[in-house]
Design a protein around this ligand. Structure first.
Ligand SMILES: NC(=O)c1ccc[n+]([C@@H]2O[C@H](COP(=O)([O-])OP(=O)(O)OC[C@H]3O[C@@H](n4cnc5c(N)ncnc54)[C@H](O)[C@@H]3O)[C@@H](O)[C@H]2O)c1
Ligand SMILES: [Zn+2]
Ligand SMILES: [Zn+2]
Length: 360
C-alpha cells in the first residue's frame, strides 16, 4: 500500500522560509523524511548566511520555488544514525554544505567531484529523488545521507566553522585546483565578504602574499591587521591599480554583482589566472585582448567535493582558520539580509539556530 506523505516524511521540522520574490522570511512548519539506513539526522545548531541565499530567496537566478528554506552552511549534532552509517555516531559534530545528493556512478562522482555531477542535489530549492523539495538549514532539524556530512574537528568553534561549509570550500578548492596555493605566490582576492575574507586566511596559511582588491578603503585596516593581507588596493583608484599592473599570479574573484573584468585582468602577470567564484545574476563582458596579451586564463569553480571539503575543514582546524562572524538570532534574519545586500557585515552572519529558533 502506498504511504501517505506524512508517513514518508514524519519528522516534523520548523524553519523560516521565503514565500515570494520579496525574499522576506517567516516561520514555516514542514516535514523531513524518516532517517533512512544511510542517513543521519542532526539538530541544527548554527547556519551561515551565504550571499547565494540572498540571490536565491529574491529569485535573482530565476530558479526559485517557494516556500524556500535557505541555508547551506550547516553545523549540528547527530541525533540519529541509520544502520549502514559508518562515519558518524550519535553526539558527533557534523557539517553539511551545499549538496545532499549525487549519482555516485559518473566520472565526476568517481573523482570525488560530486559538485560537478549532473545529478547533483542541492541542499535547498531543489527537487529530491522522492519528488519532495529540499529545504535548507534555517531549520531546527536536518536529515541527510551520511556521504554529504563532514566531521567537524573538535578544536573549531561550531558557529565560526559553519561558513567554511560553503564559503571555505568555495575558495579552497580553486586555489588548490588552479595551482594558486603555493608558498611565495602572489594572490589577489576581489570582494572582501564572506568568501573573500576566508580566501585571505587560506592564502596566508599557504604561505602566499595576498593583495585584497576592494571598491572602498573602509576595510583596509582590518584586511591587513586582522586578516593578515599584505596589500590593500582600492579598485576605484586608477593610480593604485596602474601601479599594481602585472603583479599577481592569480585572483580569486568573489564579487556578487556585475562588474568590469578588464581592471582585474590587467593586474595579472603573464600566465596569470582570474578565477571566478562569485555568481552575478547577469553575464559579464569578456575583454579578450587583455587575455591574449600575456596568455592569461579565466577559470571558474563551484564549491568542492565531499572529500576535499573534509580536507579543507581539517586544514582549517590545523591552522586555526575560521570565519569572522556576527552571530544573530533567527528573528534578525530579514535585517541581516538587508545588511548583506549592502555589504554591511564583517564578514559572515551566522544564525544561532539552536538557541533562537523557537517553534510556534
Ligand atoms: N562558486 C561557488 O561555488 C559559490 C559559492 C558560494 C557563493 N558564491 C557566490 O559568490 C558571491 C559572493 O558570496 P559571499 O557570500 O562572499 O557574498 P558577500 O556579500 O559576503 O561578499 C561579496 C563581496 O563583493 C563585494 N561587491 C559587491 N558588489 C560589488 C561590485 N559591483 N564591485 C566590487 N565588489 C562588489 C561586496 O562588497 C562584498 O565584499 C555571491 O555571488 C555568491 O552567490 C559562489
Ligand atoms: Zn553558499
Ligand atoms: Zn555523479
Amino acid at each position: 500500500m502506498m504511504k501517505s506523505p506524512d508517513e514518508e516524511h514524519p519528522q516534523k521540522v520548523f524553519g523560516w522560509a521565503a514565500r515570494d520574490t520579496s525574499g522576506v522570511l517567516s516561520p514555516f512548519n514542514f516535514s523531513r523524511r524518516v532517517n533512512g539506513d544511510n542517513d543521519i539526522t542532526l539538530d541544527v545548531l548554527y547556519c551561515g548566511i551565504c550571499h547565494s541565499d540572498l540571490h536565491s530567496i529574491k529569485n535573482e537566478w530565476n530558479n526559485a520555488v517557494y516556500p524556500m528554506v535557505p541555508g547551506h552552511e550547516i553545523v549540528g549534532i547527530v541525533t540519529e544514525v541509520g544502520s549502514n552509517v559508518t562515519k558518524f555516531k550519535v553526539g558527533d559534530k557534523v557539517g553539511v554544505g551545499c549538496m545532499v545528493g549525487s549519482c555516485h556512478s559518473c566520472d565526476s562522482c568517481a573523482q570525488d567531484l560530486e559538485n560537478y555531477c549532473s545529478k547533483i542535489m542541492l541542499t535547498y530549492n531543489f527537487e529530491y529523488y522522492d519528488g519532495t523539495r529540499t529545504y535548507g538549514g534555517y531549520s531546527n532539524k536536518f536529515v541527510v545521507n551520511e556521504h554529504f556530512g563532514v566531521n567537524v574537528p573538535d578544536n573549531i568553534p561550531l558557529d565560526a566553522a559553519a561558513p567554511l561549509l560553503c564559503a571555505g570550500i568555495t575558495v579552497y578548492s580553486p586555489m588548490k585546483y588552479f595551482g594558486l596555493s603555493k608558498p611565495g605566490m602572489h594572490l589577489g582576492v576581489v570582494g572582501l565578504g564572506g568568501l573573500g575574507h576566508v580566501a585571505v586566511k587560506f592564502a596566508k596559511a599557504f604561505g602566499m602574499k595576498v593583495t585584497v582588491i576592494s571598491t572602498s578603503i573602509r576595510k583596509k585596516e582590518e584586511a591587513i591587521d586582522r586578516l593578515g593581507a599584505d596589500v590593500f588596493l582600492v579598485s576605484r583608484d586608477p593610480d593604485q591599480m596602474q601601479a599594481a599592473m602585472g603583479t599577481l599570479d592569480g585572483i580569486i574573484n568573489t564579487v556578487s554583482a556585475p562588474h568590469p573584468l578588464l581592471p582585474l585582468i590587467c593586474l595579472l602577470k603573464n600566465d596569470g589566472k582570474l578565477i571566478m567564484v562569485g555568481a552575478p545574476d547577469k553575464p559579464l563582458e569578456l575583454p579578450v585582448f587583455s587575455l591574449l596579451i600575456g596568455r592569461k586564463v579565466i577559470g571558474a569553480s563551484c564549491i568542492g567535493g565531499m572529500k576535499e571539503t573534509q580536507e579543507m575543514l581539517n586544514f582549517a582546524a590545523k591552522h586555526n582558520i575560521t570565519a569572522d562572524i556576527e552571530v544573530i538570532p533567527m528573528d534578525y534574519v530579514n535585517t541581516a539580509m538587508e545588511r548583506l545586500a549592502k555589504g554591511d557585515v564583517r564578514y559572515r552572519f551566522v544564525i544561532d539556530v539552536g538557541n533562537t529558533l523557537k517553534s510556534s
